[in-house]
Write a protein that binds this ligand. Structure first.
Ligand SMILES: NC(=O)C1=CN([C@@H]2O[C@H](COP(=O)(O)OP(=O)(O)OC[C@H]3O[C@@H](n4cnc5c(N)ncnc54)[C@H](OP(=O)(O)O)[C@@H]3O)[C@@H](O)[C@H]2O)C=CC1
Ligand SMILES: O=C(O)C1=N[C@H](C(=O)O)C[C@H](O)C1
Length: 272
């Protein structure tokens, strides 16, 4: 009989951390081996199941990931950039695989993750939902087909607690479309407009950010020309969709080395 894949979840007190604990507890082939939080967190010492509101799982929340490295095979990390980088160093040293969902990382931090893929297996994606990853493929095809005949605008909305903007997903959407169009996102991105902006330049890719209430995550891309507009949109209504994607990624990376994203996990790379 196959042994269960042992997972660790970092940031169990967070919105995604709690959802991940619930998802793992409902899954037969995966087992929670370790759970972490910040040293100052009130959840330290509590049972991870209690933290997630599902009763006892027999896994205490600890602050030192290094001390529990022998209890898991894959770490799932939806925390914050600095925490993720610290966890990356530990997992690299201990030869543990990672699924990273944290957004808001700078270029150097992203490069460090890709570099660690030379040693361990990592799935790193700003959005783990199947729907969003399918949308990324549709956006690539739409951008390639419509080319310079349309204005492209990305609109995203999230809950009031989100700390980074634009969302990691919106930025990835911009990267995918810029690449399909042979543009460099760093030179064509426009992050909001104010005052006398002048008319819009065709090559630009605009970003608009909304933060309000409890919105889980919504992304919509406009391809607009004179006389018509195409919209490709995705609305997440439950964080469980991200958690299920992360578990799928954990199973997929369990026996691989290298840095991948959800396009690889879902077999979408090179499609279209
Ligand atoms: N890729 C994807 O599909 C998705 C990505 N995300 C991203 O995931 C990240 C987390 O989102 P969300 O759950 O909403 O955020 P939360 O702020 O609710 O959760 C993050 C948790 O990580 C904890 N944390 C911070 N530092 C450490 C540390 N050193 N060790 C352990 N835990 C730590 C935080 O503790 P404290 O609050 O005490 O600081 C908090 O409990 C964000 O970057 C978000 O954009 C979110 C959803 C989907
Ligand atoms: O912070 C969130 O909540 C989310 N963050 C991700 C992002 O920045 O793209 C993904 C998802 O939309 C939810």
């Amino acid at each position: 009989m196959n042994e269960s894949l042992r997972l660790a979840v970092a940031g169990v007190g967070g919105r995604m951390g709690k959802t991940l604990i619930q998802a793992i507890a409902e899954t037969a082939d995966l087992v929670l081996g370790a759970a972490t939080e910040r040293p100052e967190s009130p959840y330290i010492g509590q049972d991870a199941g209690a933290t997630a509101g599902i009763g006892q799982l027999g896994v205490p929340v600890v602050s030192d990931l290094g001390a529990v490295c022998d209890r898991f095979d894959v770490l799932i990390d939806f925390t914050a950039p600095q925490a993720t980088l610290a966890h990356l160093a530990l997992c690299r040293g201990a030869g543990k695989r990672m699924v990273i969902g944290t957004t808001g990382l700078d270029e150097a931090q992203r490069a460090a993750i890709h570099e660690a893929g030379g040693t361990i297996g990592i799935v790193y994606a700003p959005n783990m939902s199947v729907g969003v990853n399918l949308c990324l493929k549709l956006l690539e095809i739409a951008a390639r087909t419509l080319g310079d005949t349309v204005d492209i605008e990305i609109i995203e909305a999230h809950h009031r607690h989100k700390v980074d903007a634009p969302s990691g997903t919106a930025l990835r959407m911009g990267e995918v479309m810029a690449q399909a169009l042979g543009r460099d996102l760093r030179s064509v991105a426009v992050y909001g407009r104010e005052g006398h902006t002048g008319p819009r330049a065709r090559q630009t890719i605009g970003f608009a950010t909304l933060r309000a209430g409890d919105v889980v995550g919504e992304h919509s891309v406009w391809f607009a020309s004179e006389g018509e507009r195409i919209e490709i949109a995705h609305k997440a209504t439950s964080r469980m969709t991200f958690a299920q994607g992360a578990l799928r990624a954990a199973r997929w990376i369990a026996h691989r080395t290298g840095c991948f994203d959800m396009q690889d996990v879902l077999g979408l790379r090179g499609v279209g």
